[in-house]
Design a protein around this ligand. Structure first.
Ligand code: C5P
Length: 205
């Protein structure tokens, strides 16, 4: 099968040097890419700015902003691909982006934001997997994302739990399916969780 995987944060520049972003390291997405390639799948990894090595046999496309990520996904995704969206895409970008560095005296006190496209919601492919990092109402919020973005599976994790979420090597997740079926996974290494995700996708798609 062909996998397209998004990973890492996006950066949304306000001027040449300042940006809005988040602390995503890309670890979960790179682990999913590695697991898929090891299982013999063709893998395209669309990565935001991260400090990680490309796993063997993975084709990597580096991007910076959400719009670039969307373009790269559009170009890589075929109707028979599996899309796994682990990226922590910035939901908004500054409406105005200065090409040069703004002087302190020129800095706006209010930054007007405009919404970024939802890459996962817009994508059309054979099987779509999303991630939901939540701080409250985990299952309810993840289930509503699963429906809203027309996903075949969502990996929900409570980022307030120790060992789960950003920048850790472990994660504690629940797999949710559109029919309401839930599979709770114990705390485990992101690499192991990645293998489980690939196994699950192989069974369902
Ligand atoms: O709605 P929320 O951002 O929590 O959804 C998370 C899921 O949607 C993740 O799988 C993320 O990669 C994806 N997403 C996306 N494009 C966006 C926002 C989120 O692909 N603009």
């Amino acid at each position: 099968m062909r996998f397209v995987i998004t990973a890492g944060p996006t950066r949304e520049y306000l001027d040449a040097v300042r940006f809005l972003s988040n602390p995503s390291t890309g670890k979960m997405g790179f682990a999913v890419a590695e697991a898929a390639a090891r299982a013999g799948h063709e893998v395209v990894l669309v990565a935001g700015p991260v400090q990680l090595k490309t796993p063997p046999k993975v084709v990597r496309i580096d991007v910076t902003s959400a719009r670039e990520m969307m373009q790269a996904v559009k170009e890589s995704l075929t109707p028979d691909s599996v899309l796994v969206a682990t990226a922590a895409v910035a939901d908004f970008r500054p409406k105005a982006q200065a090409k040069r560095k703004l002087h302190k005296t020129e800095m706006p006190r209010t930054i007007e934001l405009t919404p970024n496209p939802d890459i996962l919601a817009r994508a059309k492919s054979r099987f779509k997997v999303g991630f939901a990092a939540e701080t409250d109402d985990l299952i309810k919020s993840a289930a509503s994302k699963c429906a809203r973005k027309h996903l075949d599976m969502i990996v929900a994790n409570d980022v307030t739990r120790p060992g789960a979420g950003f920048a850790t090597d472990t994660n504690e997740a629940t797999f949710l399916f559109p029919d309401g079926h839930e599979e709770r996974q114990p705390l485990m290494a992101k690499k192991r969780l990645a293998r489980k995700i690939i196994e699950r996708i192989s069974q369902w798609s």
